[in-house]
Design a protein around this ligand. Structure first.
Ligand code: SF4
Length: 434
């Protein structure tokens, strides 16, 4: 049995000891490489992948979509004495990370290169996930929860119009995921109705096992208003926000993910009840932004996108503007950097630009979904060293500008973090968690 992957993991755990918790390094490695499940007994109860927006799978073929895999896993114990670490499940049939059932221990276990790494727990199935709305819609489908139940994810438009003009972001598989899901689930709709959302939220809100603390309202970009009966993107999302906030104000922290808008439209979002504004920047380097995000580049433009992010602080307040970067995509072929130093230097420049202006950029760990444009080019995950260094850099800058833990991401620190698609929340040095 080859030990290439486990040797690398262990060398990074050792190299970054004292700077990064082992949980954060393992999490990044699983997120970038994906994971596979050797077996899941049929009677096992857990929250299955709801394919709420992107596939987040490296492999996304018929076998994968028609099987039930957990939305997230938590890894714990094992030879590294891991504290509970919640990780989003990204299916990769060839991943060196495998989950199987150990008859010996009576538990699910994670192996790397065939070697035991940790015990595994699947994301819990909550009572509301099994409910149907009065109009017969599945609550799990209309209002799935992720981050171990902390975040209600309201993707109300599950396609993005940048695809229609062939200018989608290179790492994104949103529209192909929609089409794949639609083949397997007749009820999987591109646009959700406000009534369905309200009914599903009523069920979650009145359940006694919900631990939700926030919701995200999001969906694809809208650039063709004619197809939306004359609605602009802001018109469309504001209508959802107003209804949800009108009914549930204060029940959950509200977050909205849309394109970068001008101040007038930002005020509309804020007045409708948005507390946190995410307008994702994806990749900092100027040339890469144009190549990897052609729609964003043409319809709004990089400089304007940056200007609007900074301007949004005057509307939403300090630390309440949180743009996302897709960590690792700056190393993708054919346009990306060919070495880790340049990738880290470039992204650090972007992180510092925003953090010095009271914006808290965050990042998600890129996994090259095979049905995205970059996946189709055969891209492989960015190296683990890149992710370890990005984590250190993010926290160094976060400390330098004395920023708070970002709101709307649940708990921070190893053993506590709920955010499942990168380890930046796990790497906080929280006194009670170390
Ligand atoms: S803006 Fe880019 S990342 Fe977002 S849904 Fe559209 S193509 Fe995908």
């Amino acid at each position: 049995m080859k030990r290439k992957n486990i040797d690398e993991l262990e060398s990074f755990i050792k190299k970054f000891e004292g700077e990064l918790p082992p949980e954060a390094i393992l999490k990044e490695d699983i997120l970038r490489q994906g994971i596979f499940f050797e077996e899941i007994p049929r009677d096992e109860k857990f929250s299955g992948k709801s394919y709420f927006i992107f596939s987040f799978n490296i492999d996304n073929d018929r076998d994968v979509i028609s099987a039930k895999f957990p939305e997230e896993i938590a890894v714990i114990n094992g030879p590294y004495d891991l504290r509970k670490t919640i990780i989003s499940v990204r299916i990769n049939k060839c991943s060196p990370y495998r989950v199987g059932y150990s008859k010996e221990s009576g538990k699910f276990v994670l192996t790397l290169d065939g070697i035991y790494v940790a015990d595994v727990v699947f994301s819990p199935e909550k009572s509301y996930m099994l409910e149907k709305t009065p109009s017969g819609k599945s609550v799990r489908d209309i209002a799935p929860t992720i981050e171990w139940g902390y975040l209600i994810y309201l993707a109300v438009f599950r396609m993005c119009q940048y695809f229609e003009v062939k200018e989608e972001c290179g790492f994104c598989d949103m529209n192909s995921n929609y089409l794949n899901q639609k083949k397997h689930n007749k009820n999987y709709s591109a646009v959700k109705s406000i009534e369905d959302i309200i009914e599903a939220l009523e069920i979650i809100g009145s359940s006694n096992d919900s631990t939700a603390g926030a919701y995200t309202l999001t969906g694809g970009s809208i650039i063709d208003e004619i197809k939306f009966k004359g609605d602009s993107e802001v018109d469309f999302y504001v209508r959802f926000l107003e209804r949800v906030e009108d009914k549930f104000k204060g029940r959950w922290l509200s977050k909205v993910v849309v394109q970068a808008h001008d101040r007038k439209n930002l005020k509309r979002l804020k007045d409708a009840g948005a507390s946190i504004y995410h307008t994702n920047f994806e990749v900092w380097d100027e040339a890469l932004f144009e190549k990897i995000c052609p729609g964003k580049s043409r319809f709004i433009g990089r400089n304007e996108w940056i200007r609007r992010i900074v301007d949004a602080v005057s509307v939403f307040g300090e630390y309440r503007v949180i743009p996302n970067f897709v960590g690792g995509v700056e190393l993708s072929r054919p346009f990306g950097f060919d070495n880790i130093d340049d990738a880290i230097n470039s992204t650090s420049e972007g992180l510092e630009f925003f953090m010095s202006r009271k914006v808290i950029p965050r990042y998600t760990t890129w996994c090259p979904e095979k049905t995205s444009a970059l996946g189709k080019l055969g891209n492989k995950p960015a190296p683990l060293e890149y992710y370890a260094r990005l984590l250190i850099k993010w926290h160094e800058l976060h400390d330098k500008y004395n920023l708070p833990v970002p709101e709307g991401y649940g708990e921070a620190g190893p053993g506590k973090a709920e955010f499942s698609v990168s380890a930046f929340m796990d790497a906080f040095k929280v006194p009670s968690a170390v």
